[in-house]
Structure formats: structure tokens, C-alpha cells
Design a protein around this ligand. Structure first.
Ligand code: NAG
Ligand code: NAG
Ligand code: NAG
Ligand code: NAG
Length: 182
């Protein structure tokens, strides 16, 4: 299932529809939403979480709205989840919050970025969180609530980063070789 957001809607498309490369999308696949800004599936694919102007909303895969799980008016631009969506990680500007849906509280907050956060990525075992801003990549150890700064990157603005788990796709082992600019 692919979830795509526009400034006023959420579109959910299943793999079969995507394969057919449709030229138009039927109304059944489209929900009106107020300014979605970030979106992520729970790791077990059971829920979709969408950040909007009023907070983080939860949806079932078929598009049914399952509630506003966290209310905040701070603009959220990145979102990630762990523990089947029971724990939601998101940013507002320079801060990262870890929100627990069961207790309804923010259990951890990371405030080390100096400029707006541009991406968040959880390692497959969900113990590490990588976050980027224009000048910095931070690797957070969520168990210890500690972090390290990734040093030695080539100069230039940092745009994004994402974890890869080599074990979940055994056929996709490959060796990365720096080959310069393509
Ligand atoms: C940081 O994010 C806030 C909220 O999205 C935005 O208003 C502000 O312009 C951003 N700052 C920079 C330097 O991009
Ligand atoms: C982020 O949100 C928290 C409350 O959820 C607020 O205390 C904090 O000031 C916000 N930070 C920014 C940079 O907007
Ligand atoms: C997180 O920190 C703890 C304590 O230092 C360490 O045992 C653990 O291996 C770290 N996790 C990762 C994924 O590096
Ligand atoms: C990656 O995460 C999935 C889902 O939690 C799990 O089934 C799988 O075993 C994990 N892989 C590794 C290498 O930890």
C-alpha cells in the first residue's frame, strides 16, 4: 500500500492499482485531510500515522480514521514509529520527541539539533535513531538517551539519511563502492 499526501488529501493505493499505473485515481482512494506534512506506516503495517496542523492522526490501512493520537500545533515535518505504532517519534523544528500512545505522554526529548530537522530514520531493531539537519547527522541511542555526532562527512549541506537492514532482504546483499559522481 502506498500512502501519498497532497496539501489537502491522503491517497491510499494498493500494489495492484500501482501495477496498472492508473491515469486517474478514484474517489474511494482519496480522503480529504487538512494539510498533512509527514506520514509513516507502523513497522507491522497495521496503521498509518499522519502529521497534520493539529497533531498526529492514526488511520487504518483502508483509510478509516482511527483517531487523533497526539495533539500539537507545532509543525511536524518528520515522523517514525516503533513498537507497532505504540511509540511515535517526530520533530518540531529542532526538537525530537518520543511519544508513547498508551500513556499519552512524551517520554523522551532530544534537543541537540541547532537547525530544523530534515529527516528521521530508525534502525530495524529500533534501538538507534538517525536524524539530520542541514549541518549535522546525529545517531541517538534510544536505550541510553544518548547521541553521537556523525563526523567526517564530505562537505556540503546534509539532506537526508536512512537506515538499511541487510538481514531482512538476504538477496540484496551488495558492496557499496564509492565511485564518485555519476
Ligand atoms: C524551521 O521550521 C519552522 C516551522 O516549520 C519554519 O517556520 C522556519 O522557517 C524554519 N527555519 C528555517 C531556517 O528553515
Ligand atoms: C516542540 O513542542 C514542544 C511541546 O510539544 C514545545 O514545548 C517546544 O517548545 C516545541 N519546540 C519547538 C522548537 O517548536
Ligand atoms: C546503546 O547504549 C548501550 C549502553 O552503552 C549499549 O549497550 C548498546 O549497545 C547501545 N546500542 C547500540 C545499538 O549501539
Ligand atoms: C527487522 O525488523 C522486523 C520487524 O520487527 C523483524 O521481523 C526482523 O527480524 C528484523 N531484522 C533484524 C535483522 O533484526
Amino acid at each position: 500500500m502506498l500512502a501519498a499526501c497532497t496539501s489537502s488529501s491522503l491517497v491510499l493505493l494498493d500494489a495492484l492499482t500501482l501495477k496498472r499505473a492508473p491515469t486517474s485515481i478514484g474517489p474511494d482512494s482519496i480522503r480529504s485531510l487538512k494539510s498533512p506534512t509527514a506520514v509513516t506506516w507502523s513497522q507491522d503495517n497495521s496503521y498509518l500515522f499522519v502529521a497534520q496542523a493539529d497533531g498526529i492522526h492514526k488511520f487504518e490501512p483502508a483509510g478509516h480514521h482511527a483517531g487523533l493520537v497526539h495533539e500539537t500545533t507545532h509543525p511536524i515535518t518528520t515522523i517514525a514509529t516503533r513498537d507497532k505504532g505504540n511509540s511515535i517519534l517526530f520533530n518540531n523544528e529542532t526538537e525530537i520527541s518520543v511519544f508513547e500512545t498508551q500513556s499519552g505522554t512524551i517520554i523522551q526529548r532530544f534537543t541537540s539539533h541547532k537547525t530544523n530537522i530534515t529527516s528521521l530514520s530508525l534502525s530495524n531493531d529500533t534501538t538507534l535513531l538517525a536524524s539530520t539537519s542541514l549541518n549535522t547527522v546525529l545517531i541517538h541511542n534510544l536505550t541510553m538517551a544518548s547521541h553521537t555526532v556523525l563526523r567526517g562527512l564530505p562537505s556540503g549541506d546534509i539532506t537526508t539519511c536512512v537506515f538499511h537492514d541487510p538481514h531482512s532482504h538476504p538477496t540484496s546483499y551488495w558492496n557499496w563502492e564509492p565511485i564518485g559522481y555519476l
